[in-house]
Design a protein around this ligand. Structure first.
Ligand code: GCB
Length: 618
């Protein structure tokens, strides 16, 4: 082979490449995707492991004319039958199969701890484009995606929990098409999150993939929101040659309709008086309306709720009324011993029903990343308020502007995806990040970005608390300059689990927090192995966890500005950090229910507390 330099060995997937437009708005949103005709590409895909990344690496033509490039549009069996001198070291058509969507970790025991590149392929039939446009919409690929259609690179994406849309109008064939996706699950010091978390980094195409066709000029984005002043603000964006000067109509059920005309950029804005009969969305009255947007012969629709959320002094106001957030934290893991992070509607409904009905909650913290679109829509339908966050968790590379750009883009993708969901009331800009000037500037930029993108919701972050002395007394305080950027203060507190406090000391712990700001306990929790009982008040027993809840709730009751909580966590979840061979075996055991859904004693403690709170609220 020809001489090779170090640069020649650099994989094609250079990690610093930022492919997003500078204003952070993804090139295509297709906000109305669920209402469009589409071809669901879920089902059996074939896959091929590629730990050495040979399929992506073309070392000076040295990978022997792509003998290993899995994305090639080649029928290997047919080539072999022709007995040429060429040969291949892959065959995506005869590779093993896996069900998509779903993480590969649950596919076979051998794939359980695989962390690297895997190629996926699916063939599908399609009519030829007929003057319209065609897009692939991926709801989530964890963590990096390299997408090829019929051997041609279509695009890439970084970030494991947000959707991306790639245009395939020019690459789509009438008849059979070969879609190949390289998925790289590895995380590093510059990824979000980094390689250090407390959950399993499921790899793969974890959410649905759809082929969507639109007219040549189409509605790319359409949103409405009820503002504090009682008016409904809206925005519609068209894309395509005829996007400018189009008449756009919007209808909210049969209650109201309005029209506007797009500007030179294809953008139209609405400012509609809220109809007198409009029922406000709330957990008790999760009323949704059919909203229809039409322009240039294209139509999209959505089911939307209308409500306001605001902060006044230390109160959180929903539709103008004070609110206590009776919540729980949730990871995206379905019930069962071998989750694949496959949030079918059934799986999501089971989790949210346990929260809404079982616990009597009105709120869920969707941690630590944007959950599936299915879950967000069910929260709207079932009446669960939502805290949403992106995985700026523990630590990221605070000093690195490219990483900040990544975080802002991820935040933007989340907000554009979910801003039509009434359930979402809070955007969080971080979880438990140690205070430093660079970190605070990073989160500050995120908070500003969120407010610019969505002025109708609250901004928060899960902060760390400190213990200090005040007049000789032990106090819990928040010493974090980030509080200036937040509407709602949120803290994670683990006194009585981590640290040296006895459970009996908890109710007496004094909190010194700002009097003019709402506070929520974004986390507290203790591990318990379901069924481990009657062994005194030992850690990991159900009794210890239940008593920890009683004492922590007694402590919480003495914080005058407390407006809600989302204890850690609904269900036991897989985490490679947790390797106690008797109690954990790869599971974080802070769930109120086990991995298979068995309720622990603490479940009843929290449910009873929430019944009391709900009764007091009337
Ligand atoms: C935390 C983290 C959460 C962990 C939890 C724990 O503070 O935010 O991701 O899983 O503690 O179990 O320690």
């Amino acid at each position: 082979p020809a001489a090779q330099t170090a640069a020649d060995f650099r994989p094609a997937d250079s990690r610093s490449t930022d492919l997003r437009p500078p204003d952070l708005r993804p090139q295509f949103l297709l906000t109305g995707a669920p209402s469009r005709d589409s071809q669901d590409l879920s089902g059996q895909w074939t896959y091929s492991k590629d730990l050495y990344r040979t399929g992506l690496t073309d070392i000076n033509g040295w990978v022997a004319k792509s003998r290993m490039q899995r994305y090639r549009d080649v029928d290997v069996a047919a080539e072999e039958a022709r007995a040429t001198t060429d040969f291949y070291e892959f065959d995506m058509d005869r590779a093993p199969q896996v069900s998509i969507p779903g993480a590969w970790n649950a596919a076979t025991p051998a794939m359980r701890h695989y962390d690297g590149l895997v190629w996926f392929q699916r063939k599908f039939k399609s009519p030829a484009p007929d003057g319209g446009r065609a897009f692939l919409r991926f709801e989530a690929v964890n963590y990096r995606a390299y997408v090829y259609l019929n051997g041609k690179e279509i695009g890439r994406h970084e970030g494991g929990f947000t959707p991306f849309v790639l245009e395939v109008t020019g690459a789509l064939r009438g008849g059979e098409n070969r879609l190949t996706v390289g998925v790289d699950s590895t995380h590093d010091a510059q990824s979000i999150p980094t390689f250090i978390t407390d959950w399993d980094l499921y790899g793969g195409i974890t959410r649905p993939v759809r082929l969507i066709r639109t007219p040549a000029t189409f509605i790319d984005d359409a949103t409405l929101a009820l503002k504090a002043d009682g008016r409904i603000a809206g925005e519609v964006r068209l894309q395509g040659e005829k996007a400018a000067g189009q008449r756009v109509t919007v209808a909210i059920g049969t209650l109201a309709s309005a029209t506007a005309t797009t500007d030179a950029n294809g953008r139209a804005v609405f400012d509609i008086k809220a109809p007198a009969k409009l029922e406000r969305w709330s957990p008790d009255t999760p009323v949704l309306y059919d909203v229809r947007f039409a322009a240039a012969g294209d139509t999209v629709s959505d089911r939307m709720g209308f409500r306001t959320i605001a902060v006044q002094g230390s109160q959180i106001l929903l539709n103008g009324k004070p609110l206590f957030l009776r919540g729980i934290s949730l990871h995206e893991e379905e019930f069962g011993p071998n989750p694949a992070r496959n949030m079918t509607e059934q799986a999501s409904r089971a989790l949210l029903t346990e929260i809404r009905q079982g616990l009597g909650a009105n709120y869920v913290r969707l941690s630590h990343y944007p959950h599936s679109e299915t879950t967000l829509r069910l929260a709207d339908e079932m009446g669960l308020l939502v805290w949403s966050e992106i995985p700026v968790y523990w630590t990221v590379d605070w000093e690195n502007p490219a990483v900040l750009r990544k975080a802002l883009a991820m935040q933007a993708e989340t907000i554009y995806r979910d801003r039509n969901r009434a359930a979402v009331v809070m955007w969080s800009v971080g979880n438990e990040t140690p205070v430093s000037p660079a970190r605070t500037a990073f989160h500050g930029a995120m908070a500003d970005n969120v407010r610019a993108l969505d002025p109708t919701r609250l901004v928060s972050a899960a902060l760390l608390v400190e213990r200090g002395k005040e007049n000789g007394e032990d106090v819990t305080v928040i010493k974090d300059p980030l509080v200036d950027k937040l509407d709602v203060l949120a803290v994670n507190t683990y006194a009585g689990w981590y640290g040296n406090d006895t459970l009996d000391a908890l109710p007496g712990l004094k909190w010194q927090v700002p009097a003019d700001r709402p506070l929520i306990l974004s986390e507290f929790g203790a591990d318990a192995l379901a069924g481990y009982r009657n062994d005194g008040m030992k850690k990991f027993t159900e009794e210890y966890q239940a008593e920890y809840y009683r004492k922590t709730l007694a402590m919480a009751d003495r914080i005058p500005t407390l407006r809600g909580m989302s204890p850690w966590i609904l269900k036991d979840f897989q985490s490679p950090r947790r390797e106690h061979p008797v109690f954990q075996n790869g599971w974080n055991r802070k769930g109120l229910v086990s991995e298979t859904g068995v309720r622990k004693q603490a479940f009843g403690v929290l449910a009873e507390y929430y019944r009391g709170k709900a009764a007091a609220a009337g």
